[in-house]
Design a protein around this ligand. Structure first.
Ligand code: GDD
Ligand code: MG
Length: 336
């Protein structure tokens, strides 16, 4: 049997990122910087490492922000194109719309655009091919499954799929990375809102399609809330989580890891300032004397005044924090 490995991928990056307001008022969630790199870049580099040659970004909200950064993908060694939904089509509608731009045949890897994952994509592809699956979902386990798509399964087959339910029957969840056969994508009704989680998966199960689960419990995080975004930052910087894109960044000379904080080389930091674990200090930032920054993200060229203390907070590029200011879990300078 010839095993057809996916060469194409679709990245779902059109959501509103509502839970991340005000960070996502001007920047779509997947373009937010995580450990010094737009989140989408972590995923694109992971896809390329798994042998993906072309990727379509399925965009809607703030679609215009992606292309100036990623271009045609040459810089990332992968072909990138953009499918723009005039109004959001839902995850299924987005997949159908984006698939029209793919050039190669064969199964397609679909990524939710907000998941930091160290799962073994090769192993997922092999399971899909060897079991002749229609769709293979990456699954993981979480303590509380209520905020996710939850499944029941036998050895490898998914028996039920329920999106966000009050009393989940298991703690095995949809981790947001799928392999879809082309026939399944072709059957998604075109031109209307479709949710793969609420419509496509339950229908495939009802029609006894071969819907498989690849369970992999390595590092996994949905970055959809401010707390999760800070955690992703912290975990990447302290090497609890791994990303090829972040390793490449560390090979360059722009940033240094100081303890478990990441600091741009050209940032000016007064020697009396304390930068604690999980903090990201971007290019051109000025940190004055007596400042304490703890698990916070400071955007490019921001200035932090004398004696200010920031904990688990976000400061937008170019913002000035006054002397002596004290804040915890706050956002500064993200206007609408
Ligand atoms: N292009 C496009 N169009 N993308 C969309 C749309 C749309 O209409 N709606 C959502 N997306 C993208 C989002 O940008 C995100 O990357 C991804 O689809 C998932 O949407 P979220 O809004 O983040 O969903 P969620 O986190 O509540 O739930 C999803 O992810 C969980 C794992 O993190 C579901 O897939 C769950 O089943 C899953 O457990
Ligand atoms: Mg999400």
């Amino acid at each position: 049997m010839v095993i057809q490995k996916p060469k194409s991928a679709i990245l779902l990056v059109g959501g509103l990122g509502t839970r991340l307001h005000p960070l996502t008022l001007q920047t779509p969630k997947p373009m937010l910087s995580v450990a010094g790199i737009p989140f989408t870049e972590h995923q694109i580099v992971k896809a390329r490492a798994a042998g993906i040659k072309e990727i379509v970004l399925a965009t809607s909200y703030l679609a215009e922000v992606f292309e100036p950064y990623f271009g045609n993908g040459e810089r990332f060694g992968i072909e990138i194109s953009y499918a723009v939904e005039e109004s959001a089509l839902g995850t299924g509608g987005a997949i159908a719309n984006a698939a029209a731009l793919l050039q190669s045949d064969g199964p397609v890897v679909i990524f939710n655009g907000d998941v930091l994952s160290s799962h073994d994509l090769h192993a997922q592809m092999e399971l899909h091919a060897s079991q002749n699956a229609d769709v293979t979902l990456h699954l993981t386990t979480v303590p509380d499954a209520r905020a996710y798509g939850v499944v029941e399964m036998d050895d490898v087959r998914i028996l039920t799929f329920n999106e966000k339910m009050e009393n989940p029957p298991t703690n095995i969840i949809n981790a947001g990375c799928y392999i879809f056969n082309r026939e399944v994508i072709a059957a998604i009704p075109p031109g209307r809102v479709v949710s793969v989680e609420r419509e496509t998966f339950p229908e495939l199960i009802a029609s006894h399609a071969n819907l498989l689960g690849y369970v992999d419990s390595s590092y996994w995080l949905d970055i959809g809330t401010p707390a999760a975004l800070l955690q992703a930052n912290r975990d990447l910087i302290s090497a609890v989580a791994y990303s090829d894109a972040f390793s490449h960044l560390m090979e360059g000379s722009e940033f240094t890891r100081v303890g478990s904080a990441l600091i741009a080389h050209d940032a000016q930091i007064d020697p009396s300032a304390i930068i604690r674990a999980g903090s990201l200090i971007s290019r051109g930032v000025k940190v004055h004397s007596g400042v304490v920054i703890d698990g916070s993200v400071i955007g490019e060229s921001a200035q932090i005044g004398e004696g200010a203390r920031l904990k688990e907070s976000f400061v937008a590029a170019g913002t000035k924090i006054p002397n002596g200011f004290i804040a915890e879990s706050e956002f500064f300078g993200f206007s609408d």
